[in-house]
Design a protein around this ligand. Structure first.
Ligand SMILES: [Zn+2]
Length: 528
């Protein structure tokens, strides 16, 4: 949709979770509904169209929310007639007629029957219909979109754009993350305006459930902005910078991640209150001990990864092996294992490393299956990060280029880039030792590529603040290996080898973790 920047007539409709049924609106106080009719009244709906916002009273009768036909008639210019002889009610638009029968949960729209959750009811002289009459029968008769949003008490009319927003804030050590679920995906911008961030949407209004802030040092609050179709994030006193990324979601929805970072040196300062996270397992392990391991199932969702001749998808293999590996590591080593995804969904590359960082993981293993134009290419390969590309990479991040890269902003952009980029740099030697342990264990159980250990500038490894490797478990483009990769036996062999390698790495004396033969720097597009 072209980016119309015109100010919508509606702004942000906010619900607080504790009182979802009583949204407060920005531009207009809710009309006070008083009805002469008997029976409990419900909060009114707000009818939103391109040119107006109008209240529509609702009542609860026999446990059903209902609208008065007279109210609908005024709003939508309908003619309502009661045919006392035939015992029916007709509701006419300019071109169509709806026939309702007392006692029947049905409506006939131009001769076509639609079901209603309850029959129309009379109260005094007024007739009431279940609220679903509007989207099911009236929309069709009017030939327009009428979308009923019950939780937010909205009735959207026509082509008005009012995306739904649901937000949550997590305290993650030296950063606070605001996650905004947006449905449908809506173009937006995030910009800093003094001590606030403004998230502005290309929409006529917002239907928002905004969170309260558990991290006042970083995010004081999230509220509607004075700007149209925008929300404001009030920043706390420890704010230093922010970054944002977009993650596609299911069924046309999306997720906006906005991470607010504290001014910090290279050590994250623990936040006193982090109620949404499991208790961090910090510095309590004996030297060489492993407490938390993050397993990264490569790709996911619309991003399928490599594909085999028989249709085997890399994203399915990686998830299957990741789940098996989690069970095996938990059972045999008693460690906490976190998967970057446990279903078929897209997860950003930086988000994967961030998950490991936020959970203070001791190891990060990223699982992939390889692809080659040569069908004969076969065997597992183990990668750790190459630093050769640091200059270019930092440049690209700073300029916000590349679709999977976070967009950085705020005053200390460059400092943040360095911190993010340098995370893995501190662990290159340990990662190399881990790569050798993985390579050694894999070699005893699965075929290895001639280039079994390599370095490459994998994006997913760059931000990992712990030893991290990426394992290409085999070539899915090799017909023989495709069958192997999809088989239980081969997957269990991989899992056994990876468990062995974790044990081997854990048991290395400290000094042995650092002797690393320098490898080449083969280029690869995998995971970048
Ligand atoms: Zn891959």
């Amino acid at each position: 949709m072209p980016g119309s920047a015109q100010a919508g007539i509606i702004d942000v409709l906010i619900h607080v979770p504790a009182a979802r049924f009583l949204p407060t609106t920005l531009l207009a106080a809710l009309a006070v509904f008083s009805s002469g009719a008997q029976g409990p009244t419900a909060a009114p709906y707000t009818v939103l169209s391109r040119d107006a916002r109008r209240p529509l009273p609702a009542r609860v009768i026999n446990g059903q929310e209902m609208f008065a036909l007279d109210d609908l008639a005024k709003l939508f210019d309908l003619a309502v007639r009661e045919d006392t002889a035939a015992g029916g009610i007709t509701v006419s638009t300019k071109t169509q007629t709806i026939v309702l029968s007392p006692g029947q949960g049905l409506a006939s729209v131009g001769g076509r029957l639609v079901s209603l959750p309850a029959p129309p009811l009379r109260d005094g002289r007024a007739w009431f219909v279940p609220i679903d009459f509007v989207p099911r029968a009236l929309a069709e008769a009017l030939g327009t979109r009428l979308e009923l949003r019950k939780p937010s008490r909205l009735l959207l009319m026509g082509d008005i754009r009012v995306p739904r927003l649901a937000g949550r804030i997590e305290a993650l050590g030296a950063l606070a993350r605001l996650t905004l679920e947006v449905a449908p995906v809506t173009p937006h911008t995030v910009s800093q305006d003094g001590n606030r961030l403004i998230v502005r949407f290309e929409a006529d209004g917002l239907d928002a459930t905004l969170p309260t802030s558990p991290v006042p040092d970083l995010i004081q609050g999230v509220r509607p902005s004075e700007q149209p179709s925008a929300i404001a994030i009030d920043l706390g006193t420890k704010f230093a910078s922010f970054r944002t990324s977009d993650v596609p979601g299911d069924r046309g929805a999306g997720r906006i991640l906005i991470e607010v970072l504290a001014a910090t040196t290279d050590t994250p300062t623990p936040t006193p209150a982090a109620p949404l996270e499991p208790p961090p397992l910090l510095d309590l392990a004996p030297a060489g001990g492993l407490r938390t391991i993050v397993i990264d199932a490569g790709h996911g969702g619309p991003e399928e990864g490599a594909k085999g001749h028989d249709g085997t998808l890399e994203k399915d293999i990686t998830l299957s092996v990741a789940r098996r590996l989690k069970s095996a590591l938990e059972a045999r080593l008693g460690v906490r294992v976190i998967l970057t995804r446990d279903r078929d969904e897209a997860v950003g590359l930086d988000e994967r490393a961030a998950l490991a960082n936020n959970n203070k993981a001791d190891l990060f293993l990223s699982l992939h299956a390889n692809a080659s134009v040569r069908p004969a290419a076969a065997g597992a390969e183990v990668f750790y990060l190459s630093l050769d590309d640091y200059g270019d990479e930092a440049q690209r991040v700073a300029q916000g280029e590349g679709e999977a890269l976070p967009v950085f902003g705020g005053g200390s952009r460059e400092i943040e880039v360095i911190l993010w980029e340098m995370a893995q740099a501190r662990y290159i030697e340990q990662s190399a030792a881990l790569a050798r342990a993985v390579e050694g264990s894999l070699r005893s159980r699965v075929p290895m590529s001639p280039r079994a250990i390599q370095q490459a500038p994998f994006r997913v490894l760059v931000g990992a603040n712990m030893p991290a490797v990426l394992v290409e478990m085999g070539f899915i483009t090799n017909p023989e290996q495709e069958k192997q990769l999809a088989s239980d036996t081969f997957q269990n062999n991989l899992v056994q080898a990876l468990v062995d390698s974790v044990v081997a790495f854990r048991d290395l004396p400290g000094g042995n973790r650092t002797a690393v033969p320098a490898a080449g720097n083969p280029r690869s597009n995998e995971g970048r």
